[in-house]
Design a protein around this ligand. Structure first.
Ligand code: NI
Length: 161
């Protein structure tokens, strides 16, 4: 496994829709492993392949609690149900130091392939639903700052703690 460089600001890779994965080969498996290591190293809760400069429709999320990992890997994810609405705080490894309130569906169903190439469905709410929507936006070239209802000064966050 190796760390990959996380692209930031308005790098063109972040603004270009990622390509469908047509074959799950050793390069894709290595990419998944590297993305997990890179996300952990950066203390992130999600990552999309185009954030590390690879135009493939691959995302990972870690919605584990209390320091426990609960990593989900999704290849070619597709949201086929979205219900409700929830406004919550988001940040992004590609937009360091910025935080904003974003409205997302409260509950979603997503279909994707796993690393064995098998299709699976995942039902998510709460933090995992938010992460998956944020990461799927990345695959379309969309950043949370495009959707934020308002940006939040990091000092404001500290005062709330
Ligand atoms: Ni992000």
């Amino acid at each position: 496994m190796a760390l990959r460089k996380i692209l930031s600001d308005n790098h063109s890779s972040l603004r270009t829709p990622a390509r469908e994965v047509t074959k799950i080969n050793s390069g894709v498996l290595r990419l998944l492993d590297d993305m997990i290591e890179t996300m952990r190293e950066a203390s992130g809760v999600g990552l999309a392949a185009n954030q590390v400069g690879v135009s493939k429709r691959i995302i990972i999320a870690n919605a584990g609690e209390d320091g426990e990992d609960n990593i989900v890997e999704l290849i070619n994810p597709r949201c086929d149900r979205a219900e409700g609405e929830e406004v919550g705080l988001e940040g992004c490894l590609s937009v360091p130091g910025a935080y904003g309130e974003v409205s997302r569906a409260a509950e979603i169903s997503v279909r994707a392939l796993n690393r064995e190439g098998k299709e699976f469905a995942i039902q998510a709410d709460g933090l995992l639903a938010r992460i998956l929507q944020h990461e799927m936006d990345h695959l379309e070239g969309i950043l949370f700052t495009d959707k934020a209802l308002r940006m939040i000064d990091p000092e404001e966050l500290q005062s709330e703690e």
